[in-house]
Design a protein. Structure first.
Lengths: 309, 309
DNA sequence: GATCACTCATACCCGCAGGGTATCAGTGGT
DNA sequence: ACCACTGATACCCTGCGGGTATGAGTGATC
């Protein structure tokens, strides 16, 4: 039996995600009949049924579930191979760091300064993006290393914890909550984070609509809000927020008050990079960053009590 | 830029491994000109030079090195996707365990007995093979779980150490070494293991020829020897060997004597399985095996002193 | 329960990507 | 200087992947 082709994997993933041949074909920019044929051909090659289909319903079989998961990782691996080779061939090599802007525990300036002194250092390039983009960027070769909030899916990645930083409650200065000097999560019942999650159960998915999306429909997926938008919502009393101490320090803002929350899990930042990376630049960055973090950690945690405005 | 195709990856790997277009084309079962074109096309797509070629010499560039490594893992991921889906589609699902025959620390019978009592258990199927085949079998979807000797390349795998078992020196009963009740590695200087490695430095590659290969040429890669062959070489005084205690127990053999070697690293066995595995059968097997190993470990290590014949 | 809307499968056609053969053109050894 | 070796180029051709038209099964509606 011969290997599947990348094209076949992409087709299958599209159908498995849409569970609808017409929509999947549309997404792939092709007509429906050749897509149906292609899926049949995959099933024939593997000798396995991947989709139960009637003319009214398409559903994944157990084998289909397995293939969907493995096909996604295989596709990411193929994309990564091309991108990494492409990047390695550049005449001026760089180290591409994926991170969420400002989520560096305040350490990045020092890390960069120390890193630039390393002999194996390369010029840095930043791949900014929200949590949802960073880890895929690492997997498909758009970034060489990432500074990520835990927890994240670390399959196929090497991880080095960097620092743990307390988070604070950010709330409008006019809010009655400011009367307390410190709070518990239970005090936040009925409050919402800017992305619509319940403030006292941020582990659960969003439960509040976050305004209409670009198409006028209520947004199902919360839009990615930038810092200015978040501050605005907090200052207006619409939402509360849990910024890490380093962001509070970096963006002082009258009209917003900060309070410690005793049972709020801290922000954990870690470096992650592909296991197959053999780049000395990555190794040097990891080493440098860990040294800087170890030397600075006590100071960083000390900021936990620097609250209020 | 679009993804590379599986075919392109295979072509590149062949050329990068052979460093010779003609041989690579031959290995791929095709003519040389289309292969040359295909490689050029890859370089055009990526905008990167992968191979420095004159008519007399082909060499990998840095980008080529990167692509070779990543292409191999990507190909394994694609193969694995197909194979796992294929296996998941079987009407009678099984758990495929990769292992080297007899390298189970003597625990396998008990593990199997306990595993069969598990509710999530599936019928077992064995994928037997030497060290070099087990770990790739796991990566490309031919096996669901493996019982491996450490150390091995654990990238992309989840690992659970199972047991550590002492190894003994196996030597011909007529050998003068049998005069000592226990030995050091240094005593084995000048002796060889059945595969041609120096007995006092088994971490180094083979230094002694191990007889002609099937083609009459001296074998560069030592052939895989089976237990009977190994015993024979040892009994004849040609080689010494380091069997783990459980194998000594299982295959008593007059004519071969066993002695402890104080500074010989023990055999470490671990279970490994693909990180992306979500199979309850794998989870159940790991749990069961660990329980059995934990319950049996003291007895297993106690066998360390059961030497001689 | 007949009709209808929806959607997946089948039939048939076509263009081009990818492979083959013949040959050219460097390169390094003798 | 010649020769053997090997990668590149030129050109042809076949088969595969995609398009269009249409059939056929399914589930909801009245």
């Amino acid at each position: 039996m011969s290997d599947l082709e990348v094209r076949q994997l992409r087709y299958f993933v599209a159908v498995a995600e849409e569970l609808h041949f017409g929509r999947a074909a549309n997404r792939l920019g092709m007509a429906q009949p050749p897509l149906s044929r292609a899926i049949r051909e995959i099933e024939r090659q593997l000798g396995v049924t991947l989709l139960e289909r009637t003319t009214r319903r398409v559903a994944l079989t157990a084998a289909g579930e397995v293939l969907l998961r493995d096909a996604r990782t295989a596709l990411a691996a193929v994309t990564a191979a091309g991108r990494r080779a492409q990047h390695a061939g550049r005449s001026e090599p760089t180290l591409r760091l994926a991170m969420k802007a400002d989520y560096d525990g305040g350490l990045l300036p020092q890390i960069l300064a120390a890193y630039r002194a390393e002999p194996a250092a390369l010029p840095l390039q930043f791949v900014l993006g929200g949590r949802a983009q960073q880890e895929p960027a690492l997997r498909d070769g758009r970034a060489d290393i990432a500074l990520l909030q835990r927890p994240f899916d670390d399959r196929g990645l090497d991880v080095e914890p960097l620092l743990t930083e307390p988070r604070l409650l950010a709330v409008a200065a006019t809010d009655p909550l400011t009367a307390h000097e410190q709070l518990h999560l239970a005090d936040l019942k009925g409050r919402f984070l800017p992305d619509g999650r319940a403030a006292d159960r941020e582990d659960l998915p969003p439960v509040r609509a976050t305004g209409p999306g670009p198409d006028g429909q209520p947004a199902r997926q919360p839009r990615q809000l930038d810092l200015a938008q978040i501050f605005n919502l907090v200052e207006l009393g619409d939402s509360v927020w849990f910024p890490p101490a380093s962001i509070v320090r970096r963006h002082p803002r009258p009209g917003i008050v900060h309070r410690p929350v005793v049972d709020l899990p801290p922000l954990q930042l870690a470096l992650a990079w592909p296991q197959e990376s053999h780049s000395p630049a990555v190794a040097a960055f990891v080493r440098t960053a860990c040294e800087v973090a170890a030397a600075t950690a006590p100071m960083g945690t000390g900021m936990a009590t620097a609250t209020g405005t």
